[in-house]
Design a protein around this ligand. Structure first.
Ligand SMILES: [Zn+2]
Ligand SMILES: [Zn+2]
Length: 594
């Protein structure tokens, strides 16, 4: 793709991702041009490309509606067909301020005033002059296909105390086929939205008025979570982990040692107790260190793998909260491994094996693996010694090679305290979700002086690793709901079977069947409401209950049930014991269907 740069030169862009970004960013200029022509009173905010498309922020008393989006889109198409060029120019900062202040664009002026350099670049498109670094497509006839998607409220610079703006979202692609595919996936994602399904399936709610960003797990959501936790507890115990519980609040002293008090304060909830500052824990690591340090540790006790379903609280801006995926309180399937340097490789391999096994058990078999390394040119930005970073990164690479997993390496992406491996799973709609992580820490062991007595009887600093498999219960639940569109596999389904008696006189047999299934540890309910069976079937089908067991005279006489499953419909009469066997078998094998 040909692009025009800020200095006026034209060059070729061959990287498809970069080209798409330029295409989308250029389309956002076209949208701003159309909006300023249709609504001359608007003030412009910013208009970047995003991973999904682009947006532009506008300040205006007019409230944009769905119909307005159609009008704007039509205007954009008109403007595009007149083949307008993107015209760059370099201007001085003073000149730029004069231009935008003169045009009444006070938001733009504010941004320019904060710029460091003495010059910046303008791009003119028709009657719209915007400042940005480009590059852009050469002219509007080089734009692809686009669609405006929605409008939402936003704040200038994401700050609730500043001007309220309206953000118009759109997307753009090179071809019609790509756009159609994207819109189809959006439609599918909307149907699977965990916030909507969470309400419809009675899994959880968020009560904005009393607890924004915090989750109330209803009985059905809790039933799923209990299955997940029991499964993890069993797998981790088998893998040599020990489980602990740690306090939810602790004195600020603990967080001063860990460094969070100084560097993470704006995300922490603090509360005064007896004239002292206490902190609601944002992380479980210091608590696990307290347990590790409760006695002198010998090399013979290592590796020590301390696990906790640890509930943590982190302040997030209200604008960033999103259902179960971005919350202010969540329970991590957290663990910390304390070990000797020579034990690290087998610990990484064990963690990768565990993540592989656990994620596959939940029906996910496509992963993206990322290794985040440090930037060796700037050792001053990192905790720990350069040789420790070298060894740690080499160990992570070695483990990934041993596992035979392809991965991408990201230089300079590691956090300041250590390199890490992240595993993202790919869901049914092809979306990546960051869940599992294995992370070295060169910082906390030094700050807390975490040691063990070696075979030489001397104290050595322990290696500390943070690791999570699912990330958090909330986020994982959100991902599960969207991946399965609410139709959980039998082993996870909150209600695995529901019994539907045809009339009142079958209630006795229905209760008998219910007891039989409950004794076999199947999560079952009887629906004894005075409604037609057809009505109840439709309702439980919408609730995505795996099995509906209809009982009438024949079934009671023959000790059978008429089985319907949510994917295959009517399966006919089956003996009671066989049904128990069928459901237990699907649960035991963690089958995804039916
Ligand atoms: Zn631009
Ligand atoms: Zn940790």
């Amino acid at each position: 793709m040909k692009v025009v740069n800020r200095d006026g030169s034209v060059s070729e862009l061959s990287d498809p991702a970069a080209a798409l970004e330029v295409l989308r960013h250029s389309t956002s200029h076209l949208m701003a041009l159309a909006v300023t022509q249709l609504y001359p009173e608007v003030h412009l905010g910013i208009g970047p490309a995003t991973s999904e498309g682009f947006y532009y922020d506008f300040q205006t008393p007019h409230r944009f509606t769905e119909e307005d989006l159609g009008r704007i889109e039509q205007k954009m198409n008109e403007l595009r067909s007149s083949d307008l060029p993107f015209e760059p120019s370099i201007v001085s900062k003073d000149e730029a301020i004069r231009f935008f202040a003169g045009a009444g664009e006070y938001l733009k002026t504010e941004l320019i005033q904060e710029k460091d350099g003495q010059v910046l670049s303008f791009f003119r498109l028709g009657t719209l002059t915007d400042f940005c670094t480009g590059p852009h497509v050469v002219s509007t006839s080089n734009l692809g296909v686009f669609k405006l998607l929605s409008v939402a409220g936003s704040y200038w610079r994401g700050d609730e105390k500043r001007e309220q703006l309206q953000r118009i979202y759109g997307t753009a692609f090179f071809t019609e086929a790509e756009l159609a595919d994207y819109l189809h996936r959006m439609e599918e994602a909307k149907k699977r939205d965990h916030r909507r399904l969470g309400r419809e399936l009675d899994l959880f709610t968020i009560r904005e008025e009393v607890a924004p960003g915090l989750i109330f797990w209803h009985p059905k959501g809790a039933a799923v979570r209990i299955v997940i936790e029991d499964f993890l507890r069993q797998e981790l115990t088998r893998a040599g982990y020990v489980f602990v519980y740690t306090p939810h609040i602790a004195k600020s002293d603990l967080w001063k040692i860990s460094g969070h008090w100084d560097y993470y304060r704006e995300n922490m909830y603090t509360l005064p107790v007896d004239d002292e500052d206490y902190v609601l824990k944002p992380m479980n690591c210091p608590g696990h260190i307290m347990i590790y340090q409760s006695t002198r540790r010998s090399y013979r006790e290592l590796p020590m793998r301390i696990a906790e379903f640890g509930t943590v609280y982190r302040y997030e801006k209200s604008g960033t909260l999103h259902g179960m995926l971005r919350v202010r309180g969540f329970t991590q399937d957290d663990a910390h491994i304390f070990c000797q340097p020579e034990q690290v490789l087998s610990e990484v391999v064990q963690t990768l094996d565990l993540a592989d096994h656990v994620l596959k058990s939940f029906g996910f078999d496509r992963f993206q693996v990322e290794l985040s390394a440090w930037d060796p040119a700037h050792p001053e930005n990192y905790a720990g010694k350069p040789e420790d970073w070298g060894t740690a990164e080499a160990t992570l690479v070695h483990a990934l090679e041993q596992k035979g997993w392809p991965y991408t390496r990201h230089e300079g992406e590691a956090s300041f305290y250590g390199p890490k491996i992240d595993i993202k799973l790919i869901d049914a709609l092809g979306r990546p979700w960051q869940l599992s992580t294995f992370q070295f820490d060169f910082n906390l062991p030094a700050r807390f002086n975490v040691t063990y007595a070696g075979s030489d009887s001397r104290e050595h600093q322990a290696i500390m690793i943070h690791r999570a498999l699912l990330g958090s219960m909330e986020r994982f639940m959100g991902v599960l709901v969207e991946h399965y569109a609410g139709a959980f596999p039998v082993w996870l389904a909150p209600t695995q079977a529901v019994i539907l008696p045809i009339s009142d006189r079958h209630h006795g047999y229905a209760r008998e069947v219910e007891k039989h299934l409950k004794d076999a540890a199947i999560r079952v309910e009887s629906d004894l409401r005075n409604e037609k069976v057809g009505y109840k079937i439709r309702e439980h089908q919408l609730q995505k209950v795996p099995f509906m067991l209809v009982v009438g005279d024949q079934e009671a006489n023959n000790r059978t049930v008429s089985v319907r499953n949510r994917f295959e419909g009517d399966k006919g009469a089956i003996a009671l014991d066989q049904v128990v066997e069928l459901i237990r078998n699907l649960a035991r094998t963690k089958a995804v269907r039916p």
